[in-house]
Design a protein around this ligand. Structure first.
Ligand SMILES: Cc1ncc(COP(=O)(O)O)c(C=O)c1O
Length: 246
């Protein structure tokens, strides 16, 4: 399987190449686009996701970048008969519910038997706000993250820990001191404390992760109400606290 936007960094696998390998080897090719898939709505980002259309199945999470309440997960499969072969059960007490092959019964396509009509909220919000509003929200999030990444690159005391991608920016405070060399452990500890101060003070909810062996602060801009100013203020705080801490 390939990833069209990893949780950690937003990185996108080479989707075309992986699809070709899967086809040559006769493998089912699944793409996890739960986080990044809806970025296809942004015409500037869409080329990065080229190859998504070659997948045999794709997971998408409208509760991530389609502004839906959780949980509104979604799986698209090219050949739905495979799903039905895997999941369809018909115990005797359900014989009355057998709709035959002419009608869709979603309990034959996944683990859940009793399920809510989650698709309704997606349909309603696309009808109400239009795809253009969703497209604009995605482009805005990516734009804010790109501005944040530029600021991190421009500040000597900050460093990016991964290339920014699809609204995710991984970075850390490293200060100016190079003499004596600062150990990775002490940078981990410093950034953990910076995160702790920002979150505990209620100033902002900044996330963290580990990349390789390193502790990373992490922005994942998704909410339509997040502004560039919010993100810049958090970077200001990171710098202030980083300078204050011993
Ligand atoms: C790339 C990716 N795949 C899968 C998941 C899991 O999604 P869910 O929590 O909707 O099951 C996530 C959630 O963060 C994700 O980012």
């Amino acid at each position: 399987m390939a990833n069209a936007g990893t949780t950690n960094t937003g990185a996108i696998d080479p989707l075309v190449e992986l699809a070709e390998i899967a086809r040559a080897e006769g493998l089912w090719h699944h793409v996890d686009a739960a986080y990044g898939g809806f970025a296809v709505l942004d015409p500037e980002v869409r080329p990065l996701l080229q190859g998504l259309e070659l997948a045999d199945s794709v997971t998408l999470d409208p509760h991530k970048w389609l502004m839906q309440p959780f949980e509104t997960g979604c799986l698209m499969a090219r050949d739905v008969t495979r799903l039905e072969a895997a999941f369809r059960i018909l115990p005797d007490y359900m014989q009355d519910t057998d709709l035959g092959t002419q009608q869709v019964n979603f309990c034959n396509r996944g683990l859940q038997l009793t399920r809510a009509f989650r698709a309704l909220r997606v349909w309603l919000s696309v009808q109400r706000y239009g795809l253009a509003a969703h497209r604009q929200a995605i482009a805005q999030a990516i734009g804010i993250a790109a501005e944040a990444a530029d600021r991190v690159t421009g500040e000597d005391e900050l460093e990016l820990l991964a290339p920014p991608s699809l609204g995710v920016v991984c970075f850390r405070y490293r200060g100016l001191t190079t003499e004596p060399p600062v150990s990775e452990e002490s940078l981990d500890e410093l950034n953990r404390r910076i995160q702790d101060r920002i979150v505990q003070s209620g100033f902002a909810m900044i996330a963290s992760t580990r990349l390789g062996d390193r502790f990373s602060l992490r922005f994942c801009v998704l909410n339509t109400r997040t502004t560039e100013d919010d993100v810049m203020q958090i970077l200001d705080r990171v710098l202030e606290i980083g300078r204050e801490l011993p």
